[in-house]
Design a protein. Structure first.
Length: 53
């Protein structure tokens, strides 16, 4: 069985490379500064539900 979850974090840029770089930066800052409960709140499961539901 394979399960996954993803975070509701997006980014943009003028090029694919810049958008990717901006996304990496956003993720790094998110994990460095947010509380574990905030991270849990943003997790979305493969069926579209939040990880807490």
């Amino acid at each position: 069985m394979f399960n996954y979850a993803y975070l509701l974090i997006v980014s943009q840029g003028d090029t694919i490379q810049k958008a990717r770089s901006n996304l990496v930066e956003a993720l790094e800052l998110f994990f460095e500064t947010d509380e574990p409960s905030e991270i849990q709140d943003r997790l979305i499961t493969e069926d579209g539900r939040t990880a807490r539901t």
